[in-house]
Each structure stands twice: as C-alpha cells, then as structure tokens.
Design a protein around this ligand. Structure first.
Ligand SMILES: Cc1cc2nc3c(=O)[nH]c(=O)nc-3n(C[C@H](O)[C@H](O)[C@H](O)COP(=O)(O)OP(=O)(O)OC[C@H]3O[C@@H](n4cnc5c(N)ncnc54)[C@H](O)[C@@H]3O)c2cc1C
Length: 327
C-alpha cells in the first residue's frame, strides 16, 4: 500500500514540477548529490578519495518535449566533459525516457549515439538504466543499435521479471548491472513476493558471474552481498570481474567497508533539479527512508509539498473509485 502510494506520487507531473521550484527538500539532499554539475563533481571527488568509483545520473525521466530531451542530452555531454576535465573516476548512467524515448525512437537514438560517442572519446562507459516494462523492448533495441558502433555501453536487468534470465543470456557479452527492480509491474510478467525476487536475483548474479563479461551487483541487501562474497571465493572469480553498486547516501558504512575490503565499488550519484520521481521511488522501496523526510518535516515549504502530495494521491484514489462505481 505504502509502496503504491509513493510509486503513484513518483509519476505525478504536477508535484514533480512543484518540487523543482523548491530545490532539494523532503530530505532528498541526503540521497541526491546536489543540483548542479559542480556539486556532483565535488561528491564524486569525496567518494573517489575512499577508492569508490561513481556512475553519474543527471536526474530526469519521462520527458515529453523535444527541447527538454535536447537540454538533458547537452547537460549529460557537459557531465562527460566535467568528468574528463576533473580526471575523476566516474562514468554515466542515463534514462532513455529522458532522452526522448516517449517522443520518437530515432530522435532518442540520435541523442544516445551522441552521448555514447562523446564518452567513447574519453574511454568512459555509459549505462542505459532500465525503466518500467513498457520501455523494456525499445531500451534493448537502443542498446542493440548503439552497440553496433560503440562498445562502451551496457544496461540493466531487473530480477523481478520472469524472463530476466533470457534477457541476461542474450546480453551475456555486455557489462550488465543486475538489480531487483524498482517499478510496479503486474503479476503476469513479474514476481511480486520478495522471496521470489531475491531467489531469481541470486540465480542471475551467479549465472552472470560465471558466464558474463562484467557484473555490477547493485543492491543494498547485505544478505545478497554476503552470498556473493562466498560464491566468488568458492568459484575463484577474480575481483576485477565484478563490482558492487549502491545508491548515493545509502548504507555509507557498508559502501566504505566493501571498498576497504578490496572489492570494486561504484556509487550511483544522482544530481539535478529533477529529483522528485527518483526520491519517491526510494521511499517506495524502503518506507524507513521516511526518516529522512521526518527530519525535514517541520520545514514550512516541506509541509506544503507533503500536504499537496497526500491530497493529490487521495484525490486520485477517490476519482478512480468514483469512475469504477460509475462503470
Ligand atoms: C546502483 C543502483 C542502480 C539501480 N538501477 C536501477 C535501474 O536501472 N532500474 C531499476 O528498476 N532499478 C534500479 N535500481 C533499484 C533496484 O531495482 C531496487 O529497487 C533497489 O536497489 C532496492 O532493492 P535492494 O536490492 O537494494 O534491497 P531491498 O530488497 O530494498 O532490501 C533488502 C534488505 O536490505 C536491507 N537494506 C536495504 N536498504 C537498506 C538501507 N538503506 N539501510 C539498511 N539496510 C538496508 C534491509 O535489511 C532490507 O530488508 C538500482 C539500484 C541501485 C543500488
């Protein structure tokens, strides 16, 4: 219920626009590395100093205007320049819907090609993040198309999908990030129970560690991480064949511990003004993250956003149930 609440909020365009005006609020500043490139680079330098590499996400998604997608592309190109100029250990993560996937496939592909091309000049990797199921086939197609020209590109496979292993086998020779999956998907296509998702996640990780090119294991789940540590030891899988990834601001102690133990570690560093949808998904995953909000809750503007958010959600629910009744 709470998960649905925050996923519902994450897709609310009105609230997204309102949130942009307020800057980083609701506790988002602890999990978003600033609103501009300079602040993001500063955060990356701090993580690099602890032996942690970074993947940088210029926040934004579900863009429906060409100007906005073009602006996002330009911003990502600037991030690439900034990574190069500052000689920091970082690469790019991006979302296809930010580059116009919902507007026109070829337009999005051109944007992506320009970014991957620029990154390849500096030998930087580009990860295409995976969004909801609707965008899965065109996202794989983007990867197919762009990888005909460039090899510095990979994607994400979400363990909650029944078909995840098939996708993984198909993309065996790519650098792949494995995750549990962050969106709400139907039971026809995706596991709903945590135990089933975790079991499939472990199956994928083991398969890719044994058969794949390079595996990014992106999770905050210490049980999965401990399992991986034992598995790589048992199968003599060298440390340069995989890395652990976590999101910026989450389980900082564990991030530092894994890096200090000699594992490759990469932190996902989101930045920008479009933080709202990202932040709501984090609340959906782990309601305990509400602690971050609670710390901010006595701030006046924050109260306004929370009030509007709750109001919009309840109104949305009421309208839906009224519509159902009318039918
Ligand atoms: C680097 C990165 C990139 C991602 N990219 C994508 C993507 O492209 N597409 C996509 O759909 N999803 C993506 N995700 C999100 C992912 O799919 C999951 O929704 C998210 O990571 C939550 O699942 P989890 O594996 O971290 O563990 P969960 O199942 O959320 O948690 C398992 C257990 O771990 C412990 N735990 C978890 N978080 C914490 C914490 N903060 N503090 C203390 N204990 C904790 C708790 O014991 C919890 O019960 C990404 C995640 C990461 C880390």
């Amino acid at each position: 219920m709470l998960r649905d609440f925050f996923i519902g909020l994450s897709q609310n365009q009105l609230l997204n626009n309102a949130a942009k005006k307020y800057g980083l609020k609701l506790g988002a500043q602890s999990v978003v590395a600033g609103t501009n490139i300079e602040e993001a680079i500063q955060s990356i330098k701090e993580l690099n100093a602890h032996g942690i590499s970074c993947t940088v996400d210029n926040l934004g998604e579900f863009v429906l205007k060409k100007e906005e997608a073009t602006a996002a592309k330009k911003q990502i190109l600037q991030v690439i320049e900034a990574i190069h100029d500052n000689q920091v250990d970082a690469h790019i993560s991006l979302k296809p819907t930010q580059l116009g996937l919902d507007i026109d496939y070829d337009f999005c592909l051109d944007n992506l090609r320009e970014i991957v091309g620029k990154a390849s000049q500096y030998n930087l990797f580009v990860n295409i993040d995976m969004e909801d199921f609707r965008h899965l086939p065109p996202t794989f197609k983007l990867l197919d198309d762009v990888s005909m020209e460039y090899d510095n590109v990979g994607t994400v496979i979400q363990a909650y999908f029944h078909n995840a292993l098939e996708y993984l086998e198909k993309y065996q020779n790519f650098r792949i990030r494995l995750v549990k999956g962050a969106y709400k998907e139907s039971e026809e296509i995706a596991y709903q129970e945590k135990a089933d998702i975790d079991a499939n996640y472990i199956k994928l990780i083991e398969w890719h560690l044994l058969n794949g090119k390079f595996t990014s294991i992106a999770t905050h789940d210490h049980r999965i991480i401990n399992h991986v540590k034992k598995f790589v030891q048992k199968h003599n899988i060298p440390n340069d064949k995989f890395e652990f990834q976590m999101l910026y601001g989450f389980r900082k102690d564990l991030q530092l511990k894994l890096a200090s133990e000699g594992f490759l570690f990469c932190t996902y560093v989101p930045f920008g003004q479009d933080w709202y949808g990202y932040f709501m998904r984090r609340l959906a995953e782990r309601p305990q993250n509400l602690n971050l909000v609670a710390k901010q809750v006595f701030n006046k503007k924050t109260n306004t956003i929370i009030g509007v958010a709750a109001g919009a959600f309840i109104l949305g629910r009421l309208t839906k149930s009224q519509k159902k009744k009318r039918k």
